[in-house]
Design a binder for this molecule. Structure first.
Ligand code: AMP
Length: 215
């Protein structure tokens, strides 16, 4: 099974993808995570992407489609994939068709997380993660049970994404509206789009997605 999770920044794509990974043994391919790893490692791709990401703009279609193709080549053909944050433009959607058909994969569902954009800014600007195990937290909605200590692994180090500030978030929203939302009709025409209320609590969103995958 190959699915795309689509929705604006902060809609919960990454959170839901990692829950599906745990529960279904699927693999999450997040171009954002892969680009952040490239920036951290200082690879040529990372060097090109760093400033673009910090500004909240989109990295080139060639770069992201290239890393998605390479990541798929590392997987067994039967492993299910969740595309998280890719495709983000019409050109990427076209590339994904070719990338999948070259590897004899088909797209099963495009799941759109519907969210209230005003609430997203508060969601994003308050979020932080454990630097060791990546568990997600939030200044207002989900503080660690013991202040400063990760509930899951006990680490006392946390990190915030450099692009999770209000100004960059607004740019990321604008990019989503201008370039990513317009790809939905491509998938709608193929009958692949299913919508889920992304404002519901995390568990209910996961259940709604699971119901779609089981349908
Ligand atoms: P994300 O973690 O999905 O919010 O992505 C963080 C940043 O990485 C975005 O704001 C873009 O700068 C870049 N990025 C991630 N995925 C893509 C993509 N598919 N196309 C272009 N840029 C991307």
């Amino acid at each position: 099974m190959n699915i795309i999770l689509l929705g604006p920044p902060g809609a919960g794509k990454g959170t839901q993808a990692s829950r599906l990974v745990d529960e279904r043994g699927m693999v999450q391919l997040s171009t954002g995570d892969m680009l952040r790893a490239a920036v951290k490692a200082g690879t040529p791709t990372g060097l090109k992407a760093k400033a673009v990401m910090e500004a909240g703009e989109l990295v080139s279609d060639e770069i992201v489609s290239g890393i998605i193709g390479e990541a798929l080549d590392d997987l067994k053909p039967e492993t299910g994939v969740i595309f998280d944050g890719y495709p983000r433009t019409a050109a990427q959607a076209e590339s994904l068709d070719v990338i999948l058909s070259d590897r004899k994969r088909t797209l099963d569902h495009v799941i759109e997380l519907e969210v209230d954009e005003d609430a997203l800014v508060a969601r994003i600007t308050g979020r932080f993660t454990c630097a060791k195990c990546n568990e997600g937290y939030h200044d207002t909605f989900k503080q660690p049970k013991v202040a400063g200590v990760c509930d899951v692994c006990g680490s006392t180090e946390f990190k915030r994404r450099p692009d999770d500030n209000e100004e960059t978030v607004r740019t990321r929203m604008t990019e989503y509206r201008a370039k990513t939302a317009p790809i939905l009709p491509i998938y709608e025409a193929r009958g692949l789009v299913r919508r889920v209320d992304g404002m519901a609590d995390i568990k209910h969103v996961t259940e709604a997605i699971e119901a779609i995958l089981d349908s």
